[in-house]
Design a protein around this ligand. Structure first.
Ligand code: FAD
Ligand code: SF4
Length: 508
């Protein structure tokens, strides 16, 4: 007899485990209080995972598999995954009088990997397009791990967007120069695909068990996909209506548009309802069938996020854990202001990005990177607290993908493994990419004074205070040349303004 553990992010019905019904195999899914508590999670995030697990268990039962699903209310609950597994094994051994083996799929998170290690046989999750150590092997001995180099290897390995001679379609590997336009407010934005589930019973279960959480539950009309069929419908809708504009508006920020032309498939991918090749092949097929409707830069840009970035950050995670979670290159220690948990700030761009995250458990990449992450880095937020924030709030947040994006790409806390320079900007970049500034209490044109955009002075404060760590970076040198050319009293006024902003950060 064998127990096969299925984790909340392993909801792939096509896994080879399920190809046959084996009477001696029991599939086990546990709602684990330990997992739900290890970071304060957004309500929608917890509901989406538990809802997906319930659906998955029901599907397995309907397909004739034996399933044990322990809810948080189950009297046998021990709280932790390992505890529950051991309790179920003891129960089955006592009942059947024979030894019970345990099998589990390779966990994606270091913490879970450690917790389950030694319990039984570990099988592949059959999800990713690379081995855990692929990035480490490709960049052995290098300081910076260049995503672009990794991505080209992946394009060839999986034969994606290649012509008959094995060359990149369109004559280039990357068309980003043609992507990333500023927002055009007259552009029509299609409605997003959404589910309509009632998960109030689940929400009540979380309440009953005192699980701490934040953000809107949206439990009466829950929008996130619950199984592979819904995830495929979400993907098909994206390819049909949004992919043609994906590249052009990838970095746009728009008042009143939560999703723009982004796919919202990250939750479905990270729970393995979708396989990465589902998305990659669907985008490539759309372009091959109707190149006049699907610009190659849009399709290549979308594919790069999944075939490139997603696999690459996973590789960084496994190459650098557990040390990676302790990195703090700039030694930033500022606690997060209260408005990171309420959205109540006068900075319109932050209000929109944080407010939306609380309402929907989602923000698109440029909001995560160039609005919230940008401000966090300029202001010097403690990366540990910031990690917990990102890990808690987003529907797709699992440590293997959240951590390299937050510590690495967004906060440069790894000193330049993921990125070659910090992603920071003053207000002018945000003004160029979107239309928040027009309705902001601050003026993006002003650098000092009561109504000056806080990003402007904090930008210079960041570079001035971190000069010893950044000055020799060839991609940053220009910034210091500009700073040095400023009149001393202007430099001083900028630093004073930034210090005043940092002093009253809760009131910004
Ligand atoms: C600070 C920060 C934290 C992040 N935390 C997470 C996280 O916890 N979980 C997560 O899945 N993504 C994370 N990302 C990456 C990215 O922002 C999200 O994957 C994306 O916004 C999800 O929305 P979407 O599905 O609409 O993506 P789209 O814009 O439609 O992109 C398509 C897919 O590409 C993949 N992708 C795009 N960018 C990245 C990236 N940088 N790293 C990995 N995959 C990527 C995702 O699977 C995404 O679903 C983070 C980015 C930043 C800057
Ligand atoms: S003025 Fe500054 S704070 Fe306000 S929306 Fe623009 S960039 Fe954001």
């Amino acid at each position: 007899m064998t127990i096969r553990l299925i984790l909340g992010d392993q909801l792939n019905p096509l896994h080879s485990w399920f190809a046959e019904r084996t009477p001696g195999v029991i599939y086990a899914l546990f709602e684990s209080a330990e997992e739900l508590r290890y970071a304060p999670h957004h309500r929608q995030k917890m509901l989406a995972f538990l809802h997906g697990m319930q659906r998955f268990a029901n599907r397995l039962r309907a397909d004739g598999h034996r399933v044990e699903y322990w809810t948080l209310d189950d009297p046998r609950q021990c709280g932790s995954l390992r505890g529950n597994l051991e309790a179920l094994r003891a129960e089955l051994e006592a009942m059947h009088g024979e030894a019970v083996a345990i099998e589990y799929q390779e966990p994606d998170e270091y913490r879970v990997d450690q917790a389950l290690s030694g319990l039984g046989r570990c099988a592949s999750s059959e999800h990713f397009l690379t081995e855990r150590d692929a990035v480490q092997r490709q960049f052995a001995g290098k300081k910076t791990y260049l995503m672009e180099a990794f991505y080209r290897v992946m394009r060839v390995k999986w034969s994606v967007l290649l012509d008959e001679y094995g060359h990149p379609e369109g004559g280039a590997w990357n068309f980003d120069a043609e992507n990333r336009s500023a927002w055009n407010p007259s552009q029509h934005v299609p409605r997003e695909w959404r589910a309509h589930h009632d998960v109030r019973e689940l929400d009540a279960r979380l309440d009953r068990n005192g699980i701490p959480r934040w953000g809107d539950a949206a439990a009466e009309d829950f929008p996130w996909p619950a199984d592979r069929e819904e995830a495929l419908a979400l993907l098909a809708h994206f390819v049909d209506v949004a992919l043609p504009h994906f590249g052009r508006y990838q970095d746009a920020l728009a008042e009143g548009h939560d999703y723009l032309f982004h796919s919202r498939i990250s939750f479905a991918l990270n729970t393995k309802m979708l396989h990465p090749l589902d998305a990659v092949r669907a985008a490539e097929a759309a372009w091959r069938k109707a190149p006049e409707r699907y610009p190659l830069p849009a399709v290549e840009g979308f594919i790069r996020q999944i075939l490139g970035w997603r696999e690459y950050v996973r590789g960084i995670y496994w190459a650098k854990m557990p040390h990676y979670a302790t990195l703090n290159y700039f030694r930033h220690e500022r606690p997060l202001p209260d408005w990171m948990y309420t959205g109540k700030t006068k900075m319109r761009c932050m209000q929109a990005a944080v407010g939306q995250s609380l309402r929907t458990a989602y923000a698109h990449h440029i909001q995560r990177l160039m609005v919230i992450g940008n401000f966090a880095l300029l202001a010097g937020f403690d990366p540990r607290e910031l990690d917990a924030w990102y890990l808690g709030i987003y529907i797709d947040a699992l440590e293997w993908v959240e951590l390299p994006n937050t510590r690495g790409m967004s906060q440069f806390a790894d000193g330049g493994i993921v990125g070659t320079k910090p992603y920071v900007s003053s207000g002018s970049y945000l003004h160029k990419q979107g239309n928040h500034c027009g309705s902001c209490a601050y003026s993006v044109a002003e650098k000092v004074g009561a109504t000056a955009c806080p990003f402007n002075s904090l930008y210079w404060h960041f570079y001035a205070r971190n000069r010893p760590l950044l000055e020799r970076n060839p991609r940053v040198g220009m910034v210091y040349r500009t700073w040095d050319k400023m009149k001393p009293d202007h430099r001083e006024a900028l630093l004073e303004q930034a210090n005043s902003n940092l002093h009253k950060i809760n009131d910004l």
